[in-house]
Design a protein around this ligand. Structure first.
Ligand code: C2E
Ligand code: CA
Ligand code: CA
Length: 317
């Protein structure tokens, strides 16, 4: 719901409706089920959203997108086994715009489809060249929006891209949030099953933050659960977070899935995750997301990867 006050926010019906609508639009962008009063900040945010949405229409043709790759490490072997592709947008005047800001706008106006296709194509091409020297192939993880399941042509897009790039399906992982099954569960599950049958891996992103239905989780044949950063941040000081992380790890294990912790920044977090039985990590402790050339140097220099040392010289984790 969007709310505008008479007479402060407008003296005509048109003005009041338009401003209430601006509030409503912000609620929709922020994930619905809320209300928003019309304020100068809402007006400013709305103007920026409109400006960004208009600019997104030309962003692909103008070559304003790029990808960065964040390495993922298996704790038992200390090997980098894959990387997550994260899209970057540099607006010609506004500079870098976070995907957390522009992906919801792209979802709202349908541009998520061409953007996602561009990301997939670019990620598969880049991942091909990670192993030019014959080293162990890495997986590449690509984020997929829940809205992409609604139109029903996601599977076709992914298969076409894999074929066009002659890329092995089992080296591609799709990251989906728990909410993929919210709008039309059976339609989403049918597409997930087709992806699975084609050998494409699935990871449940931001696990624990949505309204997960365990009955749907057991029907999504996911390869891994990604434990959300919000549970990792205070792991060293918050007992509840430790209990949640342990529960997620046990749940995943009993369902035959691997666990990866996101947003691991400190040696303390790493040590705790290892003790709790987490399989893999991703985060600034290992590396920030890197442009293709820097990522390639990173993996060439770091096999097997040595995790940071404590000041005592003792290896952590
Ligand atoms: P996400 O999938 O949860 O991605 C992880 C985010 O955490 C990334 O932010 C990453 O840069 C950041 N991160 C990684 N390690 C650390 C750490 O140690 N500490 C902290 N504080 N942050 C860390 P980013 O790149 O800004 O992406 C934000 C979100 O945008 C992503 O969240 C994802 O939901 C979405 N996104 C990014 N690329 C794509 C894409 O190609 N397609 C779609 N549909 N969504 C995307
Ligand atoms: Ca992700
Ligand atoms: Ca995530």
């Amino acid at each position: 719901m969007g709310i505008a006050h008479f007479p402060g926010d407008g003296t005509t019906l048109e003005q009041l409706m338009s401003n209430a609508n601006t509030g409503l639009h912000q609620v929709k962008l922020a994930g619905r089920n809320d209300l928003q009063f019309f304020t100068p900040i809402v007006q400013e945010r709305s103007a920026r959203s409109l400006r960004l949405t208009n600019a997104l229409h030309q962003a692909i043709q103008r070559g304003e997108f790029s990808l960065e790759y964040q390495p993922q490490l298996e704790l038992s072997s200390h090997h980098i086994f894959g990387a997550e592709a994260l899209v970057r947008w540099t607006h010609p005047d506004l500079g870098p715009v976070s995907p957390a800001e522009f992906i919801p706008l792209a979802e709202g106006c349908g541009l998520i489809f061409p953007i996602s296709q561009w990301v997939m194509c670019c990620a598969l091409q880049d991942a091909h060249s990670w192993t030019d020297d014959g080293s162990t192939p890495l997986t590449v993880s690509v984020n997929i929006s829940a809205t992409q399941f609604e139109r029903g042509d996601l599977v076709l897009m992914v298969i076409e891209q894999l074929q066009a790039e002659a890329f092995p399906p089992d080296r591609l992982e799709l990251e989906l949030s728990e909410s993929v099954t919210l709008a039309d569960p059976e339609k989403a599950l049918a597409q997930l099953e087709q992806l699975y049958v084609h050998g494409i891996r699935l990871a449940i992103d931001d696990f624990g933050t949505g309204y997960s239905s365990l009955s749907y989780l057991k029907r999504i044949r996911a390869h891994r659960l990604k434990i959300d950063q919000s549970f990792i941040r205070d792991l060293a000081v918050n007992e509840d977070d430790r209990a949640i992380v342990l529960t997620i790890i046990n749940l995943a294990r009993s369902m035959g899935m691997r666990t990866i912790a996101e947003g691991v920044e400190t040696p303390e977090q790493l040590g705790l995750l290892r003790r709790l039985g987490c399989d893999e990590i991703q985060g600034y402790l290992l590396s920030k997301p890197l442009p293709q050339a820097a990522f390639v140097s990173f993996i060439k220099d770091q096999v097997p990867f040595t995790l940071p040392f404590r000041s005592s010289g003792q290896q952590i984790g």
